[in-house]
Write a protein that binds this ligand. Structure first.
Ligand SMILES: Cc1cc2nc3c(=O)[nH]c(=O)nc-3n(C[C@H](O)[C@H](O)[C@H](O)COP(=O)(O)OP(=O)(O)OC[C@H]3O[C@@H](n4cnc5c(N)ncnc54)[C@H](O)[C@@H]3O)c2cc1C
Length: 528
């Protein structure tokens, strides 16, 4: 396991070309790409581990991922996603393909398997819903068209402001046709069937917004990403940061943990450096924030009326819901327990919007989604690292306001009422676990629940949001969600610039690097 270095005040005198705030996949991608073009990079990470949502944590004989359960496309060696991962990790990152049955969507009366490849997906759906082949073909054509039209929309973000403005209509308008409408509108127009809508949006948890609120463009990205199957990084998701940081360090770049940034220092409209939480100041000619839009504009640019314009922009976007994750340790191997690596999405009914509304109005209503993932069963290295043990994760949505009363209290010391509330929620999740994975009951050895406060204190998302800002049609109309800001030398990257997802956040690093270097890196690294 790679060791990370903590920030020390004596480092503040070193010279760097670029400071990157945050070490998630977007910040790391940018770090590698800028290093490749001769920039000396400093990455400052608030957490005590590198990797943002790609880090893992350990307890006893168990290790869990916090923000990766499956990644599409990387099993295809020629796919742009795989090629970019190979460039970043110098080919060190290895992947294991899951079963063809990557997701199972479960309702009280029936379950539906999403099987790769996409031809099988259609065949299976037609078996579940006879006589609908043409409609499923039309649906997948819409999915493909939305993804294809998104490419110029995202590429436009890499252009200088003047050129982006000039070309925006041509590059973005075809995409808005798909992004301006909700997932529900598109699916109901094709099928006019609430049950099919419920099944096809069974992965809504991957983008965090039920069908009547989410943009179809976001739904399309996720569906397309997984249609050919899911993959898992061999050796857990921590291997991503462990392999990607090697190149940055080789090029004399530095990555420090326990290095929270408190302020982006500006002078006469230019970003000139950062002030760390301990008061240290570091100057650099260029700053990039991957810490999320809410943090960057809402917190890191300190109160000054000249920044009101940015704070006003935040009123146009909404953070996603938060979530609970129950990390489960089982004292038998995946093989002994016959755990499959298919993700289970368990719902109380087909109407996801209603399920969510009911739960947020009254938390005694059934959980609107329970997602079960089996990391040890996805990872061929798990049995070598932890022989005789296996892991599970059970995730559901959460409301920040239910937890804000404990905000400000230190991690692990939030008191009895908080711990009791957590245990109550844990038992609720375990009840579903035992119903669908009964063999887990006797093997249960450890469980620990994360709450919105965990996300707030460890990942620094202000309202414990799961996926940054929500993927509504409105979000895709926010032209200012791009690498360039109105503050000279300050750039943005990360999931808020493109969309949620490890590959989208990785692409945001590529887009931001293109914008900074004024080079078409998309073409340089990925071909067309
Ligand atoms: C529970 C969960 C499950 C997920 N599952 C999947 C999945 O299966 N597949 C998939 O593709 N995607 C998944 N995602 C989404 C994916 O993990 C993210 O979209 C992606 O990793 C975001 O990368 P990022 O670089 O934009 O941000 P982050 O990974 O959030 O990185 C931002 C970094 O900035 C740091 N930071 C914040 N403020 C400061 C500061 N002031 N100073 C210094 N550092 C700071 C943070 O600590 C963090 O490390 C999941 C996410 C979650 C939460």
């Amino acid at each position: 396991m790679k060791k990370w270095h903590s920030w020390k005040p004596e480092y503040a005198t070193e010279n760097f070309d670029v400071i990157i705030i945050g070490s998630g996949i977007s910040g790391l991608t940018l770090g590698v790409l800028l290093s490749k073009y001769g920039k000396r990079v400093l990455i400052l990470e608030k957490h005590f581990k590198v990797g943002g949502w790609t880090h893992t944590f350990k307890r006893k004989n168990y290790e869990w991922d916090v923000g990766i359960h499956y990644i599409g496309e990387v099993h295809n060696l020629q796919s742009p996603v795989r090629r970019l991962f190979d460039i970043l990790s110098d080919g060190q990152l290895e992947w294991h393909k899951m079963n063809d049955n990557y997701d199972r969507i479960i309702f009280p009366d029936n379950h539906y398997n999403f099987n790769a490849p996409y031809t099988r997906f259609i065949d299976d759906m037609v078996e579940y819903f006879p006589g609908t082949r043409d409609k499923f073909q039309e649906y997948l054509q819409m999915i493909n068209a939305s993804v294809k039209n998104g490419l110029p929309f995202y590429a436009n973000k890499a252009l200088p402001n003047w050129l982006s403005r000039l070309t925006y209509n041509k590059m973005a308008n075809p995409f808005h046709k798909y992004a301006d409408v909700t997932t529900r509108e598109v699916i109901m127009k094709i099928f006019d069937d609430e049950q099919i809508l419920g099944v096809l949006t069974g992965q809504w948890g991957d983008y965090g917004l039920p069908p009547s609120q989410s943009s179809f463009a976001m739904h399309a990205l996720v569906v397309r990403h997984y249609l050919d199957g899911g993959n898992y990084p061999i050796g857990t998701s921590r291997r991503i940061a462990e392999t990607v940081t090697d190149y940055i360090e080789k090029m004399d770049g530095k990555i420090y943990v326990n290095a929270g940034v408190d302020e982006i220092i500006t002078e006469r409209g230019k970003a000139i450096g950062v002030r760390m939480s301990n008061g240290d100041e570091i100057k650099a000619p260029m700053l990039i924030s991957s810490a999320g839009i809410m943090n960057t504009f809402g917190k890191l640019l300190k109160s000054d009326s000249k920044f009101d314009v940015f704070k006003n922009k935040l009123k146009k976007i909404t953070p996603t819901f938060s979530y609970h994750s129950l990390y489960i340790g089982l004292n038998k191997s995946s093989e002994e327990l016959n755990l499959q690596n298919t993700n289970l999405w368990i719902y109380p009914g087909y109407d996801h919007d209603k399920n969510v509304n009911d739960y947020f109005e009254d938390s005694s209503a059934p959980l609107p989604v329970t997602y079960l993932s089996f990391p040890a069963a996805k990872d061929p290295a798990a049995e070598i690292a932890h022989p005789g043990f296996s892991t599970m994760e059970a995730i559901t949505v959460a409301n920040w306001s239910d937890f804000s009363r404990w905000k400000g209290l230190p991690w692990k010391k939030r008191g009895e009422a908080y711990e009791n509330h957590k245990e109550e929620l844990s038992q609720k999740l375990l009840k579903t676990v035992y119903e669908y994975v009964p063999q887990a009951k006797d093997a249960l050895d450890y469980h620990e629940l994360s709450t919105p406060l965990t996300v707030n204190s460890l990942a620094n998302y202000p309202e414990g949001e799961m996926y940054g800002i929500e993927h509504s049609p409105d979000r895709f109309r926010q032209r200012w969600l791009r690498p360039q800001t109105d503050i000279k030398n300050l750039f943005l990257t990360g999931q808020d610039v493109i969309t949620v997802g490890v590959t989208a956040a990785m692409y945001s690093g590529l887009v931001t690097a293109s914008a900074i270097l004024k080079k078409n890196l998309i073409k340089d690294f990925l071909g067309k």
